[in-house]
Write a protein that binds this ligand. Structure first.
Ligand code: ADP
Ligand code: MG
Length: 743
């Protein structure tokens, strides 16, 4: 039953019928349109009883005075219904009927709800507190469909989870029953999935949990209201098919009326699906990263612009394929031969840097060029969504795949691709997909300065066609890539990204911009789209075993550690051994590890034969300085690893660089120490070693680079702070955990 004035609100008893079909317990009850009939309607029910009025305006029934509890008999129930009627009529609220039902015994009240995010699709929420949920804000989120592990993990995440286990002598609630409710709502084939795109909000609030089970005593469903002209279209989601909702939706007449009212009819799922996807362009991105020919559209014969800059980049990078500029009249630009049009340019990749309005025409001419990158801005990010649609349509027509618009391009040292000035760095195994071209450039250049080496970097800007999810799947299959970094602001198709992240087993690390309310505003002006709510990202990260970092430097640090230690089989455990000189640094290290969710597991309780000067404990103190013995670190760590029944998966060695130049005058002891740390790593296969060069800025020029190079040659990443190292180690541990789950 839907209400004509509010087509979205479905009456409680209809929703309860629906959910009980999914195995969710609801109170026994019955409905009647007339208050006078409530006694007769209630005759088969066991008191205490509850009476609730329903009607188009009754969304929050208690607030309106439409709920009465604790009624001792059908007659009392009838009296309560009459009272409700008097009160509601006085305040002008229309009543369609009365639900009279049995009152569930008291217990822990839990909210189970679901909403549809425009990018990520259906999301399920569980929270404690029933009516107090909004005050307590103790909720957990997951993307649907959830697994049983997800459901249990959600409950464990709640701060007040202990309430379910029984406090102060009260018996524990039936957690399994609640897990079943969560799965019935958000699991495969559950309520959410079967509603498809036939809901905007769904809520069981409360579900009352007792030792005997979990009963949904209230149920709410809001169906989508007819689309308005400016409504944001939901992303396509294959599992959602309108139809099998078992609930009446807007009637065809209603839909026709709306269409007549000048509003566009809702596009069919097929139409919506057609908005994205490869069209008839290539789905294999090999040539995007290694084009045999590159064309630049927009370089000027008179006034150097972005196009000319890119020609210079390719030349500086020593690009060895066919490089041409597209120009209607010029024969050559900056020494690069010109062709009059992209049609027949004979290249694998075209870079377009012309004003936004001209881009669709340029792309339409690109038939035969598999990949076209539109560098120009002035599309969706500035509000020109229509122009972006034109651009995508042009790409579909021409059978080309579109990168951008509003992006910088591709960097792949082995394939000759570049968007960064100067000579490319050495080819490596780190890949990056970035929605910001500027940030990608910084990560590459600063990363290379720190010794990282990249395989394939793609900037995707507005991701109008080629998006992060599709590229992620490509890079996951790329033998030359060991780890993938993501910088995202708005993945466009969050659902596809979620599915790709679940499928990809190679380590991935993500930095998501715009997760704070303030950052969000910045992101809107940057790529022009909503950034997924921070809590959805956290949920997605938990469900896919994706480490989320919060700073550019941490992205570089985590990628470095995951790459250098790729292939090392390390057991999943939060344990870390910290080794370094004494003092406050060790104490602060403990705090930093704590914040990163890492554990300083105690040393094995046997005589470790620690040398003079070592103070047992974790952090372990050893004399590291200009007069200390550099090999001490190797000796003590090896002894501990041997004695520990479960060796430490991670060892953080730290050193105070400044002390070597205050109490000594040569870099040699410090270099010797780096060599010793390298030797330690060489002897340990199942352990990741990281080196923290605290106060490295104190060292004379060049020394830090030398230290880094020594450590890296043994596969040891270096950091300038314990915090940075702890963040990288924590990221690796998220991946260890996921790997262990998959085994
Ligand atoms: P609303 O949320 O629209 O205000 P509810 O149907 O949730 O209305 O009723 C309000 C409160 O009354 C619930 O939060 C719950 O505590 C209690 N309640 C409602 N129905 C029952 C029932 N059948 N058994 C036990 N308690 C109930
Ligand atoms: Mg309620």
């Amino acid at each position: 039953m839907t209400h004509p004035e509010r087509p979205g609100v479905v009456a409680e008893h209809v929703v309860k019928d629906l959910v009980s079909g999914f195995g969710i317990a609801v109170p026994r009850g019955a409905t009647t349109p007339a208050a006078e009939d409530v006694a007769a309607t209630a005759s088969g029910l066991t008191p205490p009883l509850v009476v609730k009025a329903y009607g188009p305006g009754l969304v929050h029934k208690s607030d309106a005075g439409a709920v009465r509890l604790g009624l001792g008999s059908p007659v009392e129930a009838a009296r309560a219904a009459a009272d409700i009627r008097t009160a509601l009529v006085a305040s002008g609220v229309a009543i369609e009927g009365y639900l009279v039902e049995e009152q569930a015994p008291p217990g822990v009240e839990v909210i189970v709800g679901a909403v549809r995010d425009p990018s990520f699709g259906p999301v399920i929420l569980a929270g404690l507190g029933g009516v107090w949920t909004e005050v307590l804000r103790d909720t957990a989120l997951r993307l649907c469909p959830i697994t049983e592990d997800d459901a249990r993990d959600m409950l464990a995440e709640l701060r007040g989870a202990a309430l379910l286990d029984g406090l102060r002598g009260s018996p524990a609630a039936d957690r399994d029953a609640l897990v079943k409710v969560l799965l019935a709502v958000g699991g495969p084939g559950g309520v959410v999935e079967s509603l498809g795109d036939g809901f905007t909000e769904f809520e069981l609030n409360p579900v009352i949990c007792t030792p005997e089970g979990a009963v949904a005593v209230d149920a709410r469903l809001l169906r989508p209201s007819p689309p308005t002209a400016d409504a944001r279209l939901p992303r396509p989601f294959s599992a959602w098919q309108a139809g099998d909702t078992r609930l009446p939706g807007p009637s065809p007449a209603e839909t026709a009326e709306t269409a007549e009212g000048g509003r566009p009819p809702r596009p069919s799922p097929a139409e919506r699906a057609g908005r994205r996807g490869p069209g008839n362009g290539p789905q294999d991105f090999t040539r995007l990263f290694a084009p045999r020919g590159v064309a630049v559209v927009g370089a000027s014969a008179k006034r150097p612009n972005f196009g000319n800059m890119f020609l210079a980049f390719y030349r500086a990078a020593g690009y060895s394929g066919r490089l041409v500029a597209v120009h209607p009249t010029a024969g050559e630009i900056d020494g690069v031969p010109c062709v009059p049009s992209l049609a027949g340019a004979g290249v694998d990749y075209a870079l377009v840097a012309v004003p936004a309005e001209r881009c669709p025409d340029v792309v339409r001419e690109a038939r035969g060029v598999p990949f076209v990158q539109v560098m120009s801005g002035g599309f969706r990010e500035t509000g020109a969504a229509d122009l972006e649609e034109d651009l995508v349509a042009a790409a579909r027509e021409a059978g080309v795949r579109l990168l951008g618009p509003n992006c910088m391009g591709v960097y792949a040292p082995a394939g000759g691709q570049t968007f960064i000035g100067g000579r490319p760095g050495p080819p490596g195994r780190i890949a990056l997909i970035s929605q910001s071209g500027g940030l990608a450039g910084e990560v590459v250049r600063v990363g290379e300065r720190r010794g990282l080496a990249f395989s394939k970097v793609a900037t995707v800007g507005n991701s109008a066609d080629v998006g992060p999810a599709e590229l992620l799947r490509h890079l996951a299959d790329d033998d030359g890539t060991s780890v993938i970094g993501l910088y995202l602001e708005d993945p466009r198709d969050g659902r596809a990204l979620f599915e790709a992240l679940r499928a990809v087993t190679k380590p991935v690390v993500a930095l998501v911009g715009g997760r704070s309310a303030q950052g969000h505003r910045a992101a809107v002006s940057h790529t022009g789209a909503m950034v997924g709510d921070a809590r959805i990202w956290t949920a997605l990260a938990r469900q896919t075993g994706l480490p989320l970092v919060t700073a550019q430097d941490d992205l570089i640090g985590a990628l470095d550690l995951l790459d250098l230690h790729a292939g090392r089989d390390v057991p999943a455990s939060a344990d870390v051994l910290v080794v370094g000189p004494s003092g406050g640094a060790g104490v602060l290290a403990a705090d930093a590890l704590d914040r990163a969710g890492l554990r300083l597991a105690p040393l094995p309780g046997v005589d470790l034969g620690l040398p003079v000067g070592a103070v047992p404990g974790n952090p372990l103190e050893i004399p590291v300085g200009p007069r200390g013995r550099p090999d001490l670190v190797g000796r003590v760590v090896t002894a501990i690893q041997r004695a520990a029944r479960r060796p430490y998966p991670d060892v953080l060695t730290h050193v105070n660089v400044q002390s070597f130049f205050t109490f000594g005058d040569s870099a040699d002891p410090l270099l010797a120490y780096a060599h010793a740390v390298g030797e330690l790593q060489r002897g340990l296969t199942g352990t990741r070693v990281a080196l923290v060069l605290r106060n490295a800025e104190y060292a004379p020029p060049g020394v830090e680079d030398e230290l880094r190079a020594i450590a890296r040659s043994a596969g040891v990443p270096t950091y300038r702070s314990i915090e940075a190292a702890a963040t990288a180690v924590a990221a690796a541990k998220v991946r260890d955990q996921r790997r262990e789950r998959e085994v």
